[in-house]
Write a protein that binds this ligand. Structure first.
Ligand SMILES: [Zn+2]
Ligand SMILES: [Zn+2]
Length: 327
């Protein structure tokens, strides 16, 4: 079968043996996989020493082809989407709800990679991170299960509870790439008024078309940083209310320059980070996508697996909003 791998800094489509079912778990025939910003960061920072450990692709949509599971939730032929990490629920990190810091979480993954014709998942994936997706969704829409769950985690980390009345709160999302727009949609699903800002007028306008505005003289209860630029923190500091929260949701190249100790201190700002979703976030994400409460229609551009390198180039050069690799 075909799969994508980094070799000497370049994406190559190689061939390997189809994964075999171990004692418990499933083999999934991959229909497609979204290209995530974190894939781009991994590719950018790859070198000869680390590229063998880089797993490309995790926003998988597929059909269960073989299964041997303790759960009775799935059968052969089910169309699913999935998250790639699951926590142990037992360690100190898990007890503290820092699931993405759990050692099991960091170690668990799909095999061999999302950009592959087949993957193997463990039984714990089936229990905690795999969801049946509704036929009314296109495959690229199903692939938003994992990225939307990342945003849901961030919205919850900001203190908003699902199905509670959050309508008195306003949030600003700085950076309106696909994940920024998804964050706005997650905020809306939680009942928070979401506003978006981007230095690119094109992205600003696209968000406006989706019903998300930007108001120049407004201050926000929470500011979410989804732009990988240290200047975004200046925008966040300018826009957040005194005593408000800033949620860091992306890495930046030039780390320390953005740290404004005194302003954070005197204005009693809370700086929160959100990295990767827990099983409960994936569950909410599945519910919101399957019920069409979060609409992700027409956001993705389709590429073939053989053209993954062009999808990556186009994403780096902002020529595509969200790339979905059909497999
Ligand atoms: Zn992702
Ligand atoms: Zn744990």
């Amino acid at each position: 079968m075909k799969y994508a791998k980094l070799k000497n800094g370049k994406i190559e489509i190689l061939s390997c043996e189809k994964p075999k079912l171990l004692s418990k778990g499933a083999i999934i025939k991959v229909l497609g996989c979204g290209l995530c910003g974190s894939d781009l960061v991994k590719i950018k920072h790859s070198n000869k020493d680390n590229e063998d450990n880089i797993i490309l692709g995790h926003e998988v949509v597929g059909i269960i082809e073989e299964i041997n599971s303790d759960t009775s939730d799935f059968k052969v032929g089910d169309k699913v989407a999935l998250g790639h990490h699951y926590p142990c629920f037992n360690c100190e990190f898990c007890k503290n709800k820092s699931y993405s810091m759990c050692k099991t979480f960091k170690k668990s993954n799909i095999f061999p990679a999302g950009f592959a014709e087949y993957i193997r998942v463990d039984d714990n994936h089936l229990k905690y991170t795999v969801y049946k997706m509704d036929d009314s969704l296109k495959d690229d829409e199903k692939a938003f299960l994992e990225p939307l769950s990342c945003c849901i985690r961030a919205v919850e980390r900001a203190g908003f509870e699902y199905k509670k009345d959050n309508s008195k709160y306003c949030a600003l999302v700085v950076g309106l790439g696909s994940i920024g727009l998804l964050m706005l949609k997650a905020l809306r699903a939680f009942g928070v008024s979401g506003f978006g800002y981007d230095i690119s007028l094109q992205r600003q306008n696209f968000a406006k078309e989706q019903g998300f505005d930007f108001t120049e003289d407004k201050k926000y209860d929470v500011v979410f940083l989804t732009a990988g630029h240290s200047k975004a923190i200046d925008t966040a500091l300018k826009r957040v209310i005194d005593g408000g929260k800033i949620v860091v949701f992306s890495s930046v190249e030039d780390d320390l320059k953005g740290f404004s100790n005194n302003e954070i201190y005197y204005r009693e700002l809370s700086i929160i980070a959100s990295y990767s979703p827990s099983p409960s976030d994936i569950k909410i994400s599945a519910e919101l996508l399957n019920s069409h409460k979060v609409n992700v229609e027409n956001l993705s551009k389709y590429y073939e697996l053989d053209n993954l390198a062009s999808a990556v180039d186009d994403s780096f050069n902002n020529k595509v909003f969200k790339a979905y690799i059909k497999i």
